[in-house]
Design a protein around this ligand. Structure first.
Ligand SMILES: Cc1cc2nc3c(=O)[nH]c(=O)nc-3n(C[C@H](O)[C@H](O)[C@H](O)COP(=O)(O)OP(=O)(O)OC[C@H]3O[C@@H](n4cnc5c(N)ncnc54)[C@H](O)[C@@H]3O)c2cc1C
Length: 468
C-alpha cells in the first residue's frame, strides 16, 4: 500500500525558509532603507550574487559607496536554501557558449569554474566564515542501464570541455561501493571539484563580512523598479552610477522582467540524524555530494551532523512565475523525495524526515547563465545559473567587479559575459510547457527503470523542446 503521508519526526518543520537556519535561528533583521540615498553601486538582492559582488568591489576599491537592497533578509532566497553543492558544474550548456565564442572560451569558463570552488573555500578560511566546508568531490551515480549509457556518452564532450583525467574519474560499481553504497548503482563518475557547504552559514557569514568592510545592507527593503541610475523602493530611491539586479529566481517579480528567467522550484527534505548502524550499512564516510542520473535528477549531501539532505524538482513551476515565500513543500513532493531517499539508501527505511523546504532558482530560456553590464546606462545583472549558482555567484561577483571598475581582465572575456537571453513564452504556454516537460521526465524515468538500454525517447524529445 502506498503511504499518503511522509514519515516525519516529532520535530518536523515544513518551510520556515530552510533547515539550514535551524542552527542559530533566522537572523535578526538589519534596518531598512531610511530614505533616499546616493551611492556608487546599488546591488538589488542580498543573496550570494549581490554579496560576492559587494565583497570584491569593496576589496578592490575600499572608498566605493555600496548598498545592498534586500526585500527580506540576506540569505532569504536560494542562497540560504540550496543543497550545498559548491560544484564546478557549468551554469549552462558549454556547446552554446562555444558556438558564440569558440571552444577555447568555453574551456576557459570551465577552468574558472574549477578555480572558483577553491576561491570560495579560500575566502571562507581567510575571513573566518565557518560553513561546514569539506571538499571530498562529487559523485554522479547511474542506477539503470540508460543512466549508465548517459554517463558514458557524456564523457567525450566533458573531456573536450576541459575535464581532464584528474578532473573526472570513472568508477565501476565496486569502486563506488568503497565510497558509498547506493542501491542498484552500476557505475559512477567522481570529480574532485566539489565541496559540501552549509548554505545558511556561508551566506550569513559573507553578509557579516561585507558589512564589516563598510557595505550598507538594507533589509526589509523591496525594490519595485530598476532604471538607469536608480533603484526605486517604497521607502526611498537609491541613486547609483551602477544598479545591479541580483535576484535570480525572484527576477520575474520585477516590473518588465517577468519573462527573463523562469523561477524554477526546487524542494528538499532532510532526515533526522541517522543511527550509526544505518551509516554503517550505507558506508558513506566522506562528505562527497551525490547526484543521480535520472531525467528528473536529485542532489544529495551528508550533513555535518550526520543527516541526509536530498533535493529534487517537486512542483517545478507555478503559474504566472509565482514564487512562494516561506518555502513550504507539498505532501506529494515530500513523498516523492522520501521515495528517492529510500530507493537509493534502503537502510533509511525507518528514518524520519525532520524538515522540508523549497526555493526558486533562475532558468533562462537557453539554460545558459549570463553576467552583464551596460556601460552606457550602468545597469547590470548576473544569474540564470540553472541550479549551479553556489559557485557561479562567486565568479559572477568577480566578473561584475571587473566590469564595474572597467578592468580589461580574462574574466570579462568569458563567454557568458554580455550574452543575450531570449525571453520565455507568455502564459499559459509557459506553465503548460514546463509542467508537461516534468511529467515527461518522470515518465521517461519510469520507462528507463523498466530496463531500457538508452535514454528514453520521451526524455530526448523533452530535452529538445526545453532546450536543456
Ligand atoms: C532548493 C534549492 C537547491 C539548490 N541547490 C544548489 C546546489 O546544491 N548547488 C548550486 O550550485 N546551486 C543550487 N541552487 C541554486 C543556487 O542556490 C542559486 O542559484 C543561488 O543561490 C542564487 O543566488 P542569488 O544571490 O543570485 O539569488 P538568491 O539567493 O535567490 O537571492 C536573491 C535575493 O533577492 C531578494 N529579493 C527578491 N525580490 C526582491 C526585490 N524586489 N527587492 C529586493 N530584494 C529582493 C530575495 O529575498 C533574495 O534574498 C539551489 C537552489 C534551490 C532553490
Amino acid at each position: 500500500m502506498t503511504s499518503t503521508a511522509p514519515a516525519t519526526s516529532p520535530t518536523f518543520v515544513n518551510g520556515d525558509v530552510s533547515f539550514w537556519y535551524r542552527e542559530g535561528g533566522l537572523p535578526a533583521r538589519r534596518p531598512a532603507l531610511p530614505g533616499d540615498l546616493d551611492v556608487d553601486v546599488a546591488l538589488v538582492g542580498g543573496g550570494l550574487t549581490g554579496l560576492w559582488t559587494a565583497y570584491y568591489l569593496k576589496q578592490a576599491q575600499p572608498d566605493l559607496r555600496i548598498a545592498v537592497l534586500e526585500k527580506e533578509f540576506a540569505g532569504f532566497g536560494a542562497s540560504g536554501r540550496n543543497g550545498g553543492w559548491l560544484s564546478a558544474e557549468p551554469p549552462g550548456q558549454m556547446h552554446r557558449y562555444a558556438k558564440a565564442h569558440g571552444w577555447p572560451a568555453a574551456v576557459a569558463m570551465q577552468r574558472e569554474m574549477f578555480s572558483s570552488v577553491d576561491e570560495v573555500i579560500r575566502v571562507a578560511a581567510a575571513e573566518g566564515i565557518e560553513a561546514d566546508i569539506r571538499k571530498d568531490g562529487l559523485l554522479h551515480v547511474a542506477t539503470n542501464a540508460a543512466q549508465q549509457q548517459r554517463l558514458r556518452d557524456r564523457l567525450p564532450s566533458l573531456r573536450a570541455e576541459g575535464w581532464g583525467e584528474d578532473d573526472l574519474v570513472e568508477l565501476d560499481a565496486d569502486q563506488l561501493a568503497e565510497r558509498v553504497r547506493v542501491a542498484g548503482a552500476r557505475s559512477a563518475q567522481w570529480s574532485p571539484h566539489c565541496a559540501r557547504i552549509q548554505p545558511a552559514k556561508l551566506v550569513r557569514g559573507l553578509a557579516d563580512v561585507v558589512e564589516r568592510m563598510g557595505v550598507a545592507i538594507y533589509e526589509g527593503t523591496e525594490v519595485t523598479e530598476i532604471r538607469p541610475g536608480e533603484a526605486v523602493t517604497r521607502l526611498g530611491t537609491v541613486r547609483a552610477t551602477n544598479v545591479i539586479r541580483a535576484l535570480e529566481g525572484f527576477t520575474a517579480g520585477l516590473r518588465g522582467s517577468h519573462r527573463d528567467w523562469l523561477p524554477m522550484n526546487s524542494s528538499m527534505i532532510v532526515t533526522e540524524p541517522l543511527e550509526q548502524s544505518v551509516w554503517d550499512e550505507i558506508g558513506w564516510r566522506g562528505a562527497e555530494l551525490i547526484g543521480d542520473e535520472a531525467n528528473s535528477y536529485c542532489y544529495i549531501q551528508r550533513t555535518t551532523d550526520g543527516r541526509i539532505a536530498i533535493g529534487g524538482r517537486g512542483i517545478p513551476y507555478m503559474y504566472g512565475s509565482h514564487v512562494d515565500q516561506r518555502g513550504e513543500t507539498r505532501t506529494a513532493t515530500q513523498l516523492q523525495l522520501q521515495a528517492i531517499l529510500r530507493q537509493h539508501f534502503p537502510a533509511t527505511r525507518n528514518t524520519a524526515i525532520d524538515h522540508t523546504w523549497s526555493g526558486v532558482l533562475g532558468v533562462p530560456r537557453d539554460w545558459c547563465a549570463t553576467v552583464h553590464l551596460d556601460q552606457r546606462t550602468g545597469l547590470g545583472w548576473a544569474g540564470g545559473y540553472v541550479g549551479h549558482g553556489v559557485t557561479t555567484t562567486n565568479l559572477a561577483g568577480r566578473t561584475l567587479r571587473d566590469l564595474i571598475l572597467r578592468q580589461d581582465t580574462d574574466l570579462v572575456r568569458l563567454p557568458w559575459v554580455g550574452r543575450r537571453v531570449r525571453g520565455w513564452e507568455p502564459e499559459p504556454l509557459r506553465w503548460l510547457g514546463v509542467r508537461s516537460l516534468y511529467v515527461a521526465y518522470r515518465a521517461a524515468d519510469r520507462h528507463e527503470n523498466s530496463g531500457l538500454a538508452r535514454t528514453s525517447a520521451i526524455a530526448r524529445l523533452a530535452n529538445v523542446i526545453s532546450g536543456r
